[in-house]
Ligand binder design. Structure first.
Ligand code: IMP
Length: 186
């Protein structure tokens, strides 16, 4: 049995949505685009923990420019599938981003609350430029207007795990993206 064959939980069925090969192809394309757009600059990539750690690691290794890396950790979800709506900073930046080219690296944009909150938070620190790259974006899930400059994949409005994304802190290590579908008890 390989990791991707694991049954993620008894009450859920997993359905493959994006394979690791498609992920790697798309990450390479994003890295090429970002390298082109930031040519001659040294952006600071800010990974949003925990979900973005794998995407960020893959992305930076494909960049053809110099960059710096920092992390923030925010919380908007408990351990379930529904957003509480309230965003809190759990781990702040170490770097000073004033006058820097900042690229925020997000795992997934769902309601847009986190990304909208983060943009405002970073804008206040007066970076030279501020853009966001999100690995996934859920279509039709926005609850607030938001801006994201680079998107890996648009996906249906369903709960997904793998490639850094979790359900109750599990399944982040799955190398592909899966939709979790709830199985009703017999
Ligand atoms: P938003 O604030 O509703 O856009 O949610 C953003 C955050 O919620 C993401 O950075 C994820 O950590 C989490 N999230 C949203 N949808 C999913 C999902 O389908 N799977 C796992 N985490 C999710």
């Amino acid at each position: 049995m390989t990791k991707s064959d694991l049954h993620v939980a008894e009450s859920y069925r997993q359905r493959l949505l994006i394979s690791r090969a498609d992920i790697q192809r798309r990450v390479t394309e994003l890295a090429q685009q970002i390298s082109k757009d930031y040519a001659g600059r040294i952006p600071i990539l800010i990974g949003v923990l925990n979900g973005a750690f794998i995407f960020l690691a893959d992305l930076v290794r494909q960049l053809q420019i110099d960059c710096e890396v920092d992390f923030v950790k925010i919380s908007s979800y408990g351990c379930g599938k529904e957003s509480s709506g309230a965003v809190r900073m759990l781990k702040d930046l170490d770097a000073d981003i004033r006058d820097r080219d900042v690229l925020v690296v997000e795992d997934i944009v769902d309601s847009g609350l986190s990304v909208q909150w983060l943009r405002r938070y970073f804008e206040e620190r007066e970076p030279r430029s501020l853009r966001v790259v999100a690995f996934l974006r859920k279509v039709g899930a926005a609850r607030v207007p938001y801006e994201v400059e680079y998107i890996g994949f648009d996906i249906p409005n369903a709960f997904v795990v793998g490639y850094g994304l979790d359900l109750g802190q599990r399944y982040r290590n799955l190398p592909d993206i899966y939709v979790l579908e709830e199985v009703s008890p017999p």
